[in-house]
Design a protein around this ligand. Structure first.
Ligand SMILES: C[S@@+](CC[C@H](N)C(=O)[O-])C[C@H]1O[C@@H](n2cnc3c(N)ncnc32)[C@H](O)[C@@H]1O
Length: 267
């Protein structure tokens, strides 16, 4: 099928609401393609149908990339004065199947801190709660979280803003600031213009120069079907009412690493 025809078919499925069952069927098919390779990294491994909701069809990638992303968040936190292993209150927002939590939750808890995970998808939350250390809760597409104000020292969210429309992302920035103590850190990945230029749909990086927040496949918000793309400047603008921007790290030009906003909650 040609690209314009595929796009047309997708729009029809979106308008008729059939996109959700179709996309769930694609996810089930992807789960069947997950390799049988056994990964023993010392931690429980989620079933294939949950692995594909948060990463590609590979348990090895889930394990290895999860460990690398956990180390990245730990290093970034340390660079900005937060030792995750020293009694920190940590939130993994959009924790998925615990790809990163499986590495960070034990570290945080061993250091006397508390680890919280929250996600939209009850199946993912149930798996994390049954298999990983930490406290896990379901939240809605829109805020709030089931956490008290100023309860958290550090929140990280890997590839969560990337599935939200601008108004929803804006609402979550305010909510993450609410649960952070003043001076607490938010480490949030997103698809920026650099990432779009190298890894995004054709022409999207050029469009971002004119439209600083683009929603691609505008249906099933919060799922991987919808992808959101924004410039670093626009994300800084959206965060500004609640956060000081400490760093805006561009997305990977050489490997598909998302951009990262390092934000400090205002007092
Ligand atoms: C691509 S997955 C990434 C999961 C995990 N952060 C990781 O890196 O493995 C996106 C996750 O964001 C979750 N999500 C999307 N919208 C959300 C929202 N409004 N609140 C909480 N979680 C959300 C999805 O359910 C999914 O688990």
């Amino acid at each position: 099928m040609s690209r314009p025809l595929r796009r047309f078919a997708r729009r029809v499925l979106e308008r008729t609401g059939l996109i959700a069952p179709y996309y769930r069927w694609l996810e089930r098919r992807a789960a069947r393609a997950v390799g049988e390779e056994a990964v023993d990294d010392g931690r429980p491994m989620p079933p294939a149908e949950l692995v594909v909701l948060v990463s590609g069809p590979s348990r090895v990638w889930f394990s290895e990339r999860g460990r690398a992303d956990a180390a990245m968040f730990q290093d970034l936190a340390a660079r900005h004065g937060c030792d995750l292993g020293a009694g920190a209150q940590v939130l993994d927002f959009g924790c998925g199947a615990g790809r990163i939590a499986r590495w960070l939750a034990p570290l945080v808890i061993a250091g006397g801190g508390r680890f919280h995970g929250s996600d939209l998808n009850p199946r993912l939350v149930a798996w994390c709660a049954a298999n990983l250390p930490g406290d896990y809760a379901v939240n809605g597409l829109q805020p709030p979280l089931a956490l008290a104000a100023q309860a958290i020292d550090l929140v990280y969210a890997h590839s969560v803003l990337t599935h939200l429309a601008e108004a929803t992302a804006t609402a979550w920035l305010a909510e993450l600031a609410r649960v952070l103590r003043p001076g607490g850190l938010a480490l949030l990945t997103f698809h920026d213009e650099t990432f779009a230029g190298r890894w995004g749909p054709q022409g999207l990086a050029d469009r971002l120069a004119r439209e600083p927040y683009i929603v691609w496949n505008n249906a099933m918000e919060g799922s991987n079907y919808l992808s959101a793309w924004t410039t670093r400047a626009r994300l800084a603008e959206l965060a500004a009412p609640h956060f000081e921007v400490l760093e805006m790290i561009p997305g990977g030009a050489h490997e598909p690493a998302q951009a990262m906003a390092v934000l400090k909650a205002r007092g």
